[in-house]
Design a protein around this ligand. Structure first.
Ligand SMILES: Cc1ncc(COP(=O)(O)O)c(C=O)c1O
Length: 458
């Protein structure tokens, strides 16, 4: 019988995370203080994050030990299996060999617990009593809720209003794991109230929910804020995906020509891709593709600029591809991809030519998800369907070219709590959204007065 999945045991689990900041060909530009515009020191971040995570955020150490307590919890769902997608290959009639890393096996159903567990642990060690956060689709909020429960930390989640209404079951997952969840923008914070005053019907955005969560964290010394993507320490924690995948590809006797991940803030993509990107920096030929929605085209249409991570301009200025902190994406179902910015690490590597961005329309992603479900069985989260769609594009290109390409993609999460989105798709209620350039230009006006990164393209 042919091998369908490549499985590692706890013994094979990586004991260190990989930090690509040690190997970036052009380095990284520093975050800037939102008030002074000067590079942020660790102490500037201290009201928001515990110092042990700030140290990781600025670390250029290549390998970082994973604490035993974190490994112990990661072992609930890790190592995650790597599958060969024979069914999808057959459905497409492609000569490509397709592999996917299944991150949907975690209790929350996605890759997000990989960093939630580390962040909850480091906060516990630092004495944090309560953590606030934002969530888009609810994948991150539910993951943090679970991990806070493991370490006895209170958890408060501001959930983007459109998702709060679209995805009631994620809310209930958070409640089951003991977190409090509020629709954002809310009346609970000054940031939320100021947004509601201007736009009472706002569907919310990740940028707005971040403003609310940060505001609550900075106003109480025992409360810290946690972010589920974008930041360097999150990319580091997610590197366990790629490190396992490297071992599993070796077991399969293959090496990827193409690596694909969906990109909202960049964490599942970076988690899989970064250990392989190191090989690329050292000379390997790999096409590394970050896939985003055409309705929130941060990498494909946003400039590399300094911008705030949130709408109300409380966070440090990050060097990243951005559509502007006031950009509110269309309410597509991939809530976790509706973010105006992108991880500085991913943004920099796009600038360096290591990563190739791609944008796909919503309808293509759902069609891809249905093809995948009918050939591989698993029903993907709408975010993850972006990676599936790009994989299908690449596999069909390989067919056209008659090439036996090896494609590896990150199956970042299941969609069993997102079936409402599938229902809308089947009933003809979804459509593609063309984002006019005028809308992007208007949102980018907010960046004009901000400092410019050294490496910004003219
Ligand atoms: C299943 C899934 N995939 C992908 C993403 C996108 O986030 P990131 O780019 O940080 O991986 C999300 C975010 O919520 C998600 O839930």
């Amino acid at each position: 019988m042919r091998t369908k999945k490549y499985v590692l045991t706890e013994k094979d689990m990586p004991r260190q995370w990989y930090n690509i900041m040690a190997d970036m060909p052009n380095g990284m530009e520093p975050p800037l203080h939102p008030g002074t515009g000067q590079p942020c020191g660790p102490q500037d971040l201290e009201p928001i994050f515990p110092m042990n995570l700030i140290e990781q955020e600025v670390s250029t150490q290549r390998w970082i030990d994973i604490p035993e307590e974190v490994l112990d919890k990661l072992a609930i769902w890790r190592p995650s299996p790597l599958f060969r997608a024979y069914g999808l290959e057959k459905a497409l009639g492609t000569p490509a060999r397709i592999y996917y890393k299944n991150e949907g096996v975690s209790p929350a159903g996605s890759h997000k617990p990989n960093t939630a567990i580390a962040q909850a642990y480091y906060n516990k060690v630092a004495g944090t009593k309560r953590i606030t956060t934002e969530t888009g689709a609810g994948q991150w909020g539910s993951s943090l809720a679970m991990c806070c429960a493991f370490f006895g930390i209170e958890c408060k989640v501001f959930m983007v209003k459109i998702s709060y209404n679209q995805k009631p079951y994620r809310r209930l997952m958070m409640e089951t794991w003991g977190a409090k969840c509020t629709a954002s923008p809310s009346n609970e914070t000054a940031a939320g109230r100021s947004i509601l005053e201007k736009t009472p019907d706002s569907p919310g955005s990740l940028g707005m929910a971040i403003s609310e969560a940060v505001e609550v964290a900075v106003s109480d010394k025992d409360t810290k804020y946690a972010l589920g993507s974008v930041l360097n320490h999150v990319m580091i924690h997610q590197s366990i995906i790629g490190l396992e995948a490297q071992k599993q590809m070796q077991m399969a006797g293959d090496y990827p020509d193409v690596i694909i991940g969906s990109a909202g803030g960049g964490s599942n993509f970076a988690g899989l891709a970064m250990p392989f990107a190191r090989d690329k920096i050292e000379g390997k030929q790999i096409d590394i593709i970050a896939v985003e929605p055409t309705s929130c085209p941060t990498l494909t249409r946003g400039p590399f600029a300094y911008d705030f991570g949130d709408t109300v301009q409380m966070t440090p200025l990050l060097p990243m591809h951005s559509l502007g902190h006031n950009f509110v994406p269309a309410p597509i179902h991939a809530g976790g991809l509706r973010y105006h910015g992108m991880a500085p690490i991913v943004s920099q590597l796009v600038l360096d030519g290591i990563i190739r961005p791609m944008a796909v329309h919503q309808m293509e992603t759902f069609n891809a998800g249905v093809t995948f479900a009918r050939s591989e069985g698993y029903i993907s989260a709408p975010e993850c369907n972006h990676a599936v769609a790009a994989t299908i594009r690449e596999a069909l290109k390989a067919k056209e070219e008659g090439k036996e390409k090896v494609i590896l993609f990150n199956w970042s999460g299941h969609g069993l709590v997102d079936l409402g989105a599938y229902e809308n798709f089947f009933r003809g209620k979804l459509s593609d959204h063309e984002l006019p350039q005028s809308e992007i230009d208007a949102a980018l006006k907010d960046l004009e007065s901000l400092p410019k990164p050294r490496q910004a393209k003219k």
